[in-house]
Design a protein around this ligand. Structure first.
Ligand SMILES: Nc1ncnc2c1ncn2[C@@H]1O[C@H](COP(=O)(O)OP(=O)(O)OP(=O)(O)O)[C@@H](O)[C@H]1O
Length: 269
């Protein structure tokens, strides 16, 4: 199935979405996304996987509003996305913390930019710092934190702006394997407490299957939706589930799809 089932009132709807990059100097065009039709329901956790260059980051950047569609549209809560807004926040691959600000000040940075830094929001920030497991580290500076702890600060910052949609672009890719698994478990715990609708990009298929309600598989040249796979594994999910044959069947199936897409485009991109 290459398209999500039609829903009446989804949280996010991408319809006939095309994104083309145009080089202003040469006029050269790269069609990064072609005819992306999908829907995401309120509270869902969606992972996007696909070969390098298939447009995963482009899709996320279009949802956040950094990139304008060349055709089609994305609707959030039935409203067309025209640019960045406070209803969406992003966690990037690298923690991007301000080195001269401590943990609490970094977490407050997003709401300060939005001029919403009230005492109530500060209390919310402290609550999120506790939720991400950093209680007691409020006054610590980024250089005093491990990579995993820095990504927790990033997550707390993204949650404190209270977005309607949380976007995560390979947030754990810089972490070592053990920390990464631990953070996957932690993210599910935090998500089950906040129930934020989330879109998470990853290259690691077992990470996608472990986290997601649905996995969107993108194919390349141009980027398109190859499959929309519902992950029917009960929650809460323990990391041990990754050794379960039912889990591994999903991983194998997705690997097969990505291999097929990669062989069409070659591994060079
Ligand atoms: N600013 C840009 N200008 C021109 N082409 C671009 C630009 N950004 C991305 N592209 C091209 O658009 C396509 C999709 O890129 P994108 O980064 O979205 O893919 P991706 O799936 O996130 O890749 P990766 O998995 O390697 O991070 C690629 O062919 C890429 O070269």
């Amino acid at each position: 199935m290459a398209e999500s089932a039609v829903q009446t009132n989804p949280k996010l709807r991408s319809q006939f979405l095309d994104v083309t990059y145009v080089n202003n100097k040469t006029g050269h065009e790269v069609v990064a996304l072609k005819n992306i039709n999908l829907t995401i329901e309120e509270g869902e956790f969606i992972c996007i996987v696909g070969p390098s260059g298939c447009g995963k980051t482009t899709f996320l950047n279009t949802v956040i509003g950094f990139i304008k569609p060349s055709n089609g549209s994305i609707l959030l809560d039935n409203k067309k996305i025209e640019g960045p807004g406070r209803d969406r926040s992003m966690v990037f691959q690298s923690p991007s913390l301000l080195p001269w600000r401590n943990v609490l000040e970094n977490v407050m940075y997003g709401v300060e930019l939005q001029k919403r830094a009230t005492p109530e929001i500060k209390k919310l920030a402290v609550d999120y710092i506790e939720m991400v497991g950093l209680k007691g580290f409020e006054k610590h500076y980024p250089h005093e934190l491990s990579g995993g702890m820095q990504q927790r600060v990033n997550l707390a910052r993204a949650l404190t702006v209270d977005p309607s949609l949380l976007l995560l672009d390979e947030p754990f890719s810089a972490l070592d394997a053990q920390t990464r698994e631990f953070m996957q478990q932690e993210l599910l715990r935090i998500w089950s407490e906040t129930k934020k609708t989330s879109i998470f990009i990853t290259h690691q298929i077992d990470e996608a299957v472990y986290l997601a309600d649905r996995v969107f598989v993108f194919g390349a040249r141009p980027g398109h939706l190859v499959d929309d796979i519902k992950i029917e594994i009960d929650r809460p999910r323990d990391l041990k589930i990754k050794r379960d044959p039912h889990f591994l069947k999903y991983v194998d199936h997705i690997w097969g799809l990505i291999e097929n897409e990669s062989s069409k485009q070659g591994f060079d991109s």
